[in-house]
Every structure is written in C-alpha cells, then in structure tokens.
Design a protein around this ligand. Sequence first.
Ligand code: PEP
Ligand code: MG
Length: 322
Amino acid sequence: QQEEWKKLVHETTKTKDDAHVILGANIGNPGDVTGVVNNGGEAVGLYRTEFLYMGRDKLPTEDEQFDAYKEVLVKMENKPVVIRTLDIGGDKKLSYLPLPEEMNPFLGFRAIRLCLERQDIFRTQLRALLRASAYGKLRIMFPMIATIDEFRQAKAILLEEQEKLVAAGTKVSDDLQVGMMMEIPAAAVLADRFAKEADFFSIGTNDLIQYTMAADRMNQHVSYLYQPCNPSILRLVSNIIDAAHKEGHWAGMCGEMAGDATAIPLLLALGLDEFSMSATSILPARSQLLKLSKEDLAKHKEAFLNLDTAEEVLDYVKTKMI
Ligand code: PEP
Ligand code: MG
C-alpha cells in the first residue's frame, strides 16, 4: 500500500468520473510545508497561525509574521494557501495576554471575538498577511464567525489596512480571497446569506460537531455524542456546500472529518471541493478518491441525508458507497 501511495505524489486528485477535488494539508508552522510537498499536497487548506503566538513571551511582530507567511506561500509555489487569523482562547492560552477566567471558555472570548476587540493585534496580523500576499495565492480566513456582522467588521478592517498599504506603495495581491470558517451552527444554518459576503467557506467540523451536539470535544464522558456522520451534521455540511456553490464559490473542510476514510465518500457525494487534513493522510485519501465516482455517489445523497442516526449512515456508507 505504501508503495502504491508513493506513486500518487505528483498526481492531481481526479475521481473515476474525472471530477477534480483538491487535497490540502493542515499546518501549524512554516516548517510543516516540506511534509505537505513530500506528500503531494495540492494546497494548504488551513494554516493555524496561533502557533506563531504560542510558546513565547510577547506578541510576534508584523515582520516576524510576514516572514512566516511569506515562507509558506513561497514554498507552496503558487498553490492555494489558506491562512487563518488568530484563533486564541478556548483551550489555547497565551501567557502574555491575560484573558478573563471564563465558565465556558469554548463559548467565550476567543478567535474573531477577541480580534475585533483587540484590533491592535488583529491589524498587525492583517498587515503581515497582506504584505505576504504578493508572494503566492493567499486566502485569508476568519475563525469562529457567528454573525454576518462579525464577518463584515473583520473584512472592513482588512480592507482598511489594505488601502493604507496600497497608498504607501506596498504591493498586495489582486487575487486575494477572503473567507471564513464554518464552525458555528448559526453560521452553518445561515450559509446562504454568508455566501453573499465571503469568497469561500472552510468547514471546521471539530468545532461544528461540538457546538451542534452540545458536547465538549475534550470531554470523554460525552465523546459518544461526537458523531461526524450524524445526519444533523451532514445536513449542515450539505447546506454549507450548496450555499457556496450557488454563489459560485468553493467549499472546503479542514476539520478531522475531511481525512476520515468513511466520511470521504459522503463528502464527495455532497460536492465538497477541497479536503484539508494532516499531510500524512493525503496520499491514502487520494488513492481512495481515484477509485470513487462522484456522480454515482451523489445519487445516494437524498437517501443518507434522510436516515435517523449516525449508525445508520455508517452502515449505509459501508454497504452502498465504498
Ligand atoms: C475545527 O474547528 O474543525 C478546526 C479545524 O479548527 P480547530 O481544530 O483549530 O479549532
Ligand atoms: Mg475550530
């Protein structure tokens, strides 16, 4: 199997019926790009920038961030790179940025909520991103968007920084996309409205499942509720993908579910355009996708979306779709 996978490093990911899907990787550091390239990644589907801020005693400067973002874009040689703005709070804390103690950190002051409040931190990161955009195919992504208003505010701040940079003669890419994580049920339900504002969606199933099932993703006692293939989750995913397509946008997934061999046929059937996973999952996923027919699988969509339980869905996939 390993040998079979290795032969696929330079192949594009085309299904049996010639549908192209993009297989990307999730990274935490510029150094991870080597693994992405060696495993045949067609994109970076999620760069979690919080690692740039962690394990140190002060905020990273604009130049430090610029260097990191530029390195990833250059090493990816004009393949798409989705960089997510700071997603701190929840389980991720910074020693030099004291935040209020919270009863429910995962429902609290984190990610875009914090960035819209601490605009000094946010604007520094956006400037670094905009400057780096000249070196590749950058897609900027905002995390934990719950309302249209949050997305508009974040985008307006980005455009302000962009205007300032351009006025000062700094080159900014004219092929920049601005999208959002789909990881809060409120946004997933309202995806048709968000699709009028955002250039793309990336579905963060790690959080989307936790918030939809109201089950802490770290708590073992409720881990039985963590069901990627529950029809409720699949309907949200389907709604998000359809909404993106209706506006001519692409939809990806960067949560763990995207690299799950059982979920892949379902996601292909729902029309997912980009799958982002850990680099080592890319070749096995490509090998699987080359043998699947998107058109054939799509015929099962209505059937599996109308099952009652995750168990029934898993059973359906295994007997009819793999
Ligand atoms: C997610 O929520 O699915 C996701 C990709 O983001 P993170 O795991 O960093 O919260
Ligand atoms: Mg998340």
